[in-house]
Design a protein. Structure first.
Ligand code: SF4
Length: 110
């Protein structure tokens, strides 16, 4: 998947790898920080006024490229930089996603 969220840590499961994932984290709501430098045409505002990464019709972040990489990797938002592959939050969203797939529940947008 896209996000190079590959920092180490004591609570990281090394068996969880982006290459075997459906880029679930790139369907999460990416709230932008005022210091982020993301091109404005890739951003949007929620009904509550939060400045976020825009999504396509299927819920993917619009910066996901065809190879499931991040097309703005060098200037990706701070929250994306802090998302750690295999850490508890990553594992939680993967678990929810897989539970929904198993039960035939449509994807949830977070
Ligand atoms: S900005 Fe890049 S790393 Fe962040 S969600 Fe979008 S594609 Fe993934």
């Amino acid at each position: 998947m896209s996000c190079s969220k590959t920092q180490g840590g004591s609570d990281v499961d090394p068996s969880v790898q982006c290459g075997g994932c459906d880029a679930i984290c790139c369907r999460l709501t990416v709230v932008l920080d005022p210091d982020d430098r993301v091109p404005s045409h890739l951003t949007d505002y929620t009904h509550d006024g939060l400045h976020v990464m825009a999504r396509d019709e299927e819920g993917w972040c619009v910066a996901v490229d065809p190879e499931m990489g991040c097309s703005i990797y060098a200037s990706r938002p701070d929250v994306c930089r802090r998302f750690v592959m295999g850490a508890p939050y990553c594992r939680d969203v993967r678990q929810v996603h897989h539970d929904q797939l198993r039960r035939g529940i449509p994807l949830t947008m977070y």
